[in-house]
Write a protein that binds this ligand. Structure first.
Ligand code: MN
Length: 257
């Protein structure tokens, strides 16, 4: 059997499960809220063109309104000032859109501390148990935050001191950018940086270093709890928006059961 025939047979009841890591896209999908004076991304919405009516008697269709960074989405390098000359989302090699993923689970610690920051020592401990991070693959950080994704308020978890969501320390962000063989970092929160990362030095270190190194971000992932620590293969399919800084993305994981 060829490799692709084996894959098809695995998908048809032969032990390969397809796990959807994508948040449903609707006007209820939580979005990032930046403080004044910064501009925000659009909420997703549908604008009806026709629905089997005078405007189109046999057909239903919509225009969509969305930000590039609305819902489950991919951050391209050019999104950040540290990669101004970097790839836009249409330029990402298709070979990088199908890649292995490692999953690091910190959900118990995040439950105890929503401001949890991943450290280099956490990455080293994971590697000691599971082996090196995948060459040309993703690191997905499982925080359990997807359980909050049906509520904008719970998802952003903000109070008078700002948003409180987990992320990556400055040192770990630099390590993931410069030392790790990965192509990017995936998270369940609204962005790859912590809620309080605006006050870090540098601000938003995951964006600064990881995108600055020509790597990618994937955000608002769901169902990471269904993935093994190693062995999943991820298909991340952003729209090839020419000149785009990112795109809503369908993210699927193939998992052997
Ligand atoms: Mn983004």
């Amino acid at each position: 059997m060829s490799v692709l025939q084996s894959l098809v047979s695995g998908l048809r009841g032969g032990g390969i499960e397809v796990v959807d890591l994508t948040a449903p896209l609707s006007s209820e999908t939580p979005i990032l809220k930046l403080p004044e004076p910064f501009a925000d991304t659009a909420t997703f919405s549908l604008e009806e063109i026709s629905r089997y009516d005078d405007r189109g008697p046999a057909w239903y269709w919509n225009n969509i309104h969305t930000g590039e960074h609305t819902g489950t989405h991919l951050d391209a390098p050019v999104h950040w000032v540290t990669a101004k000359e970097g790839e836009d989302v249409s330029q990402i090699a298709t070979t990088r859109l199908v890649a292995p993923a490692a999953v690091l689970d910190v959900s118990e610690r995040v439950a105890a501390d929503p401001d949890f920051l991943l450290k280099i020592s956490d990455l080293e401990a994971w590697q000691a148990e599971h082996g090196p991070l995948p060459e040309g693959g993703w690191l997905f950080i499982r925080t359990g935050w997807d359980a909050r994704s049906d509520s904008q308020e719970a998802f952003l978890n903000a109070n008078e001191t700002g948003p409180h969501t987990p992320g990556v320390s400055v040192e770990a962000a630099r390590w993931l950018a410069d030392e790790a063989p990965i192509i990017g970092v995936g998270v369940e929160t609204v962005g790859t940086d912590a809620g309080k990362a605006h006050a870090f030095e540098p601000p938003f270190p995951c964006h600064t270093y990881v995108l600055g190194a020509g790597k990618y971000g994937l955000t608002q992932l769901q169902n990471l709890r269904l993935l093994p620590p190693t062995g999943a293969v991820v298909i991340a399919a952003p729209l090839p928006i020419v000149g785009g800084s990112g795109s809503p993305t369908r993210v699927l994981a193939l998992v052997e059961r």
